[in-house]
Design a protein around this ligand. Sequence first.
Ligand code: NAD
Length: 363
Amino acid sequence: MIKNVVDVALGDRSYKIYIGDRVLHGIAETIKEKCGSVRAALITNAKVWDYYGSQVVEALDVEGIGYELILVPDGEQAKSLSVAEKVYGELIEKGFERKDAIIALGGGVVGDLAGFVASTYERGIAYVQVPTTLLAQVDSSVGGKVAVNHPLGKNMIGTFYQPSLVYIDVATLSTLSERDYAGGMAEIIKYAFIKGEPLLSLLQERKDEIQARDVDVLSQIVMMSCSIKAEIVEADERDLGLRAVLNYGHTLGHAIESVSGYQYNHGEAVAIGMVFAAELSERLGLLEKKDVELHRRVIDMYGLPSSMNASSIDEFMKVMERDKKRSMGGHVFVLLDGVGNPVVRRVDDNDLIAALEAFLKEG
Ligand SMILES: NC(=O)c1ccc[n+]([C@@H]2O[C@H](COP(=O)([O-])OP(=O)(O)OC[C@H]3O[C@@H](n4cnc5c(N)ncnc54)[C@H](O)[C@@H]3O)[C@@H](O)[C@H]2O)c1
């Protein structure tokens, strides 16, 4: 049953996010209602297809929506121009036209790739996000950022292209690996710190149910997270200002991913990055010590790392130096001026170095 619907109000690009438990069987009806499509390209990978393909296909059959399956490789390597080119080829060979639709069934990788293809195929065809990882349900499927990677940089080739609808079945999270689940939790914890209550209390009070993947509480936290993201995207769809607050924990997080050779995954790196951003906020007189401790407690609660050890800050600074160039000369950080109140600030080199040295020594 659909439990929650979140609106993303973007004028003629507005859409709804449907959230429920064991709702895949209702997906085709919603697609028909919202897109009117009678033909869809179902883009997914073999792993997700094995788990959930039959449920989606049965639903499409019942509603008379014809489909063609397009399988892409599993993992980040699928977000490439060469895989996109293969997908374009299949769409052309199978005669897809602008009035048809693409269904992206999978995690953030499938969603970003399929969305990118949708944004460019025949100058844009409709697409539906059916996210099946926690990260995709609360983050990547919402907001219309679609991209593939370039050998010189992640997400470098992309565009803004909103889906026609997002259809979330939280029951699909039951098969997700522990590590991917924790990675998605890192983004939810991020929303809790940039927005505050009631999500922050919910994460602390209902930790056992959340960790047991209870579908009721999951529906609730996914809905709250999507609402927070929707509100920010509505205010700054093209990432020209406010949307930057969604990068809380990401500045050091990206450097950690890169310096560790991706041994820390995105969520783990962001978790450490949030504690650092909180410490930096405290150092600059914006946040109280108890709130830094709260970061550590909540992050530990969900099995994510809250610190790391490194003998030198040089490599981290080198990676962050590249970001600094791109932001025209300053290290830009999202800090908290109190929990629930993110601010984007340029941070002085000396403050950053001192904070980073202390942080990496503590770990
Ligand atoms: N567009 C955006 O705004 C945005 C935001 C954040 C992240 N991203 C992108 O998202 C990507 C990461 O997404 P991700 O973390 O979902 O990774 P992913 O898509 O690689 O999925 C992780 C793994 O889980 C598997 N999987 C998917 N659903 C499953 C299920 N229900 N049960 C079992 N296994 C399942 C996948 O096959 C994969 O092996 C990155 O490329 C990142 O750049 C995009």
